[in-house]
Design a protein around this ligand. Sequence first.
Ligand SMILES: [Zn+2]
Length: 454
Amino acid sequence: MKKIVIGIFMLLILLYISTLHIDIKVLSENIKVFSKQELNVSSCLKDMFGFCLVKLPVNINGSVDTNKIGSYEVNYEANILFKDKKITKQIKVFDDEAPVITVDKDMIESCPNKEGIIDYKAIDNYDNDITDKVIKEIVDNKYILKVSDSSNNETILEIPISYQDKEKPKIKLKGSTILYLELGEKYKEPGYTATDNCLGNITDKVIISGEVNSNKSGKYTLTYSVKDEFNNESKITRTIYVYKKNPDIPIGNKVIYLTFDDGPSGYTNELLDILKKYNVKATFFITSNGSDKVIKRAYQEGHSIGIHTYSHKYNEIYKSEEAFFKDINKVNARIKRITGNESHILRFAGGSSNTVSKFNKGIMTRLSKEVELRGYKYFDWNVSGGDTATKDTNKIANNVIKNLKKGNNVVLQHDTNYNSIKAVEKIIQYGLTNNYVFASLNETSPTIHHAINN
Ligand SMILES: [Zn+2]
């Protein structure tokens, strides 16, 4: 019995001894830079209850530079008799001290700008002089200096601004304030700039609101707004018209017949380029002017070639019926030679309402009947570009645009006038974005006749 008790007792002692173990505790895993702190560590031989039986010396292997931020690998080893323990730790040397910004002013009394009207310095305990890393901002009447050191310790210094800015910034749009976009064509922002009396260039602060749906025809407005740091706001808009290209066959009840008299001229090719771009067909009432080549091009591109007058000399052509027909026959011979066909549409020089023919009383009354008897259809106009009275392209375009109405619009312009040709694109763009279609005149087109004055 006694032997059994001793046996059990011995077994318990062996069991207790088998639980003995070495514990190493690293007390300084994070060390502040420049702190001269030692690598604190302690070690014990512990039993199963965590009781420290004896303190053990620790061998430290590896070096830590406490003057340099970084991560250092250190090995610790402790042993006693048959027991041995090794551990490895990453010791971190860190910086948690923010830089210090010093300034020469504690209030800003004049127009501030980011280029700086104050002197400042930023010094960091670890990085030294980091003045060049300072970020300047002006927000809510405060001049703000911000800087971070290489360990991301940030310092923010706010200097109040007593200066009052009441002047709004200025926005300038690049490109036109009215743009035209063909259906499906992607909108490309032509750009803009914004400047402020105080802050200089603030283009990066411009906010654009509104959008352009280039897949739906209509009018779109973009608003460009910008605020300076004193909440003075400026706004400007750009209008974008998305238009459908002119259809091949006229539809609807809003039709524009563009007609050009007195040509062709050296400008007519440029006009044909514009018409082609929009698939718009027009009518040219020609004279003896210009090249055959451009008439041929106009004809081949689907435009109507009509008769105006060969000489355009009123005192000759309205001298007699005979003189008149002699004159227009010469034009028609030219048309036939170039296109292969005679034309049956005509516009009187000066229009059927002209009074320049009054030296021959009643000639227009007689001619207007006679031309129809001879198989011609004559066209006057009900919208005029007024391009003989002004050289202002915008005025010419507006003369037409203002006077467009539902139904048929026969527009008079002259392709001998470059300013008038330059107005055509604007007229087309307006028409196409306002549900007009463009068509050329032929014998079956609705006639627009003036009242005869002679
Ligand atoms: Zn004319």
